[in-house]
Design a protein around this ligand. Structure first.
Ligand code: ZN
Length: 356
C-alpha cells in the first residue's frame, strides 16, 4: 500500500511540475460580451501586454507624441489624408496625398486609441490586424482559437469609421504544422466581414529576407519574380495561391511591384543579410526602401516611425532622391511640407511605438 501511495505521489509531483512549466501563462478568460455565456481558453492577456511593454519600452513614444503628429498633419497645406484603399486611385493634381498605415503587430489597444483619436479629427487612418499575432489568436494542434477580446476590438475599430484591413501573414501561418496559411487567411477575412468590417485590402507582414518571399506574393499576379517556390529553409511557399479579385480585395498596401529588370545575385545577397534585416539599421533600410533589389514601390515616399522620436524618410520623385535616417518629428513635418505636388506617400506607424 505504502509503495502505491509513494508511486501516486511521485506521479502527481511530476504532473504539477510539468503543468507549472507548460501552462502557467495560460488561464481561462471570460469574454467581455457576457451575454453570450461563452468561456474560452486563451493566453493570459495582462501577461501578454506586460511582455509587449517590456519589449517596446526602449522604443516607444508617449501617446501624446501621436497626438502631436496628428495635430501637425491636419495643419499641412495642400495635403489630402486618404485611407490606403484610395491612395493610388485619388487624383493627386496639385496636392500631396498621404496614407496613414498602422500595422498592428503587437498592440491592438493602442491601435484602437489611435483610431479613436483620428476619428475626433475626422482623419482617415488605415489599421491592419495581424491574424498570426498572439493578441489575435493561436493554433492548437492545427486548430485556430481566436482571442475572445478580439471581437470587442474589431467592433471598436468599426465604430471609429477607420479603414480596417488584414496584416497579411499567410507565409507565417503556413509555417504552423498542419496549417494551410491561405485557408487560414480566408477564414479570418470571412470572420472579420461577418462582423461587418469592410475589408478592402491587405498589407504584407515582414519582408522577403524573413520568409524567402513577400507576403504580398501569395496573391495571383503579385509574384515578384519567377523562381522555385521554396523558402531558404526548404519549405514550399504558397505563392499566388489566393485571388484578390475572388476575395473582393481591391489593393495590397505595401505597394510593392515587380522590377522590370532583376539581378538575382543582388537579391540573393540581400536575402542572406537576414540577420541585418532591421528597421533600425540605416544600411538595411536604405537598401530596402530606396535600392531594393527585388521590387519597386508604387508610392513615391515612405516615412517609417522606428523608435523614440525617430523616423526614416525614403523615396524618389521626378529623379530626386530622398533618404534620411533617425530624424525627429520636426524634420519629418518639414519634409512633408516640402513634398512635391502630385506625390503619394505613406506614413508607417506601428502602434506599439506610441504606447507609452
Ligand atoms: Zn508587421
Amino acid at each position: 500500500m505504502k509503495r502505491i501511495i509513494k508511486f501516486v505521489k511521485s506521479v502527481l509531483k511530476k504532473f504539477v511540475k510539468f503543468a507549472l512549466k507548460h501552462f502557467s501563462s495560460w488561464k481561462t478568460v471570460r469574454a467581455k460580451n457576457k451575454g453570450s455565456g461563452y468561456t474560452y481558453t486563451g493566453r493570459d492577456m495582462p501577461d501578454y501586454f506586460s511582455q509587449v511593454r517590456q519589449n517596446y519600452h526602449e522604443l516607444s513614444n508617449p501617446f501624446h507624441y501621436y497626438q502631436e503628429l496628428v495635430e501637425a498633419l491636419v495643419r499641412l497645406d495642400r495635403f489630402s489624408i486618404v485611407p490606403l484603399v484610395d491612395l493610388l486611385s485619388t487624383p493627386a493634381d496639385n496636392q500631396r496625398l498621404l496614407g496613414l498605415r498602422h500595422d498592428i503587430d503587437a498592440d491592438p489597444i493602442t491601435a484602437l486609441r489611435a483610431a479613436r483619436h483620428l476619428a475626433r479629427y475626422g482623419v482617415a487612418g488605415s489599421f491592419y490586424l495581424l491574424h498570426t499575432a498572439i493578441y489575435y489568436g493561436e493554433f492548437y494542434n492545427g486548430v485556430f482559437v481566436r482571442n475572445p477580446l478580439l471581437l470587442e476590438w474589431v467592433r471598436g475599430f468599426i465604430v471609429t469609421g477607420c479603414e480596417i484591413g488584414i496584416h497579411n501573414d499567410v507565409l507565417g501561418a503556413d509555417l504552423n504544422p498542419g496549417v494551410d496559411g491561405s485557408e487560414a487567411f480566408k477564414t479570418e477575412l470571412a470572420w472579420l466581414r461577418s462582423l461587418r468590417a469592410n475589408i478592402r485590402g491587405t498589407v504584407g507582414h515582414n519582408s522577403l529576407p524573413i520568409y524567402g518571399a513577400e507576403n504580398s506574393e501569395v496573391f495571383v499576379g503579385r509574384k515578384l519574380w519567377s523562381r522555385k517556390e521554396l523558402s531558404p529553409k526548404g519549405n514550399t511557399l504558397p505563392l499566388e495561391s489566393l485571388s484578390e479579385r475572388l476575395l473582393n480585395l481591391q489593393y495590397e498596401g505595401t505597394f510593392a511591384r515587380p522590377k522590370t529588370k532583376i539581378n538575382l545575385l543582388e537579391v540573393r545577397a540581400f536575402i542572406t543579410e537576414k540577420e541585418k534585416a532591421s528597421v533600425r539599421s540605416e544600411h538595411w533600410m536604405k537598401k530596402y526602401l530606396l535600392d531594393n533589389p527585388y521590387c519597386d514601390w508604387e508610392t513615391d515616399y515612405q516615412f517609417w516611425l522606428i523608435g523614440k522620436n525617430q523616423w526614416v524618410a525614403a523615396g524618389r520623385f521626378d529623379g530626386q532622391t530622398l533618404f534620411e535616417f533617425a530624424i525627429g518629428i520636426d524634420r519629418l513635418i518639414y519634409l512633408l511640407n516640402n513634398l512635391p505636388e502630385g506625390s503619394r506617400s505613406v506614413l508607417n506607424i506601428h502602434p506599439a511605438y506610441i504606447r507609452g
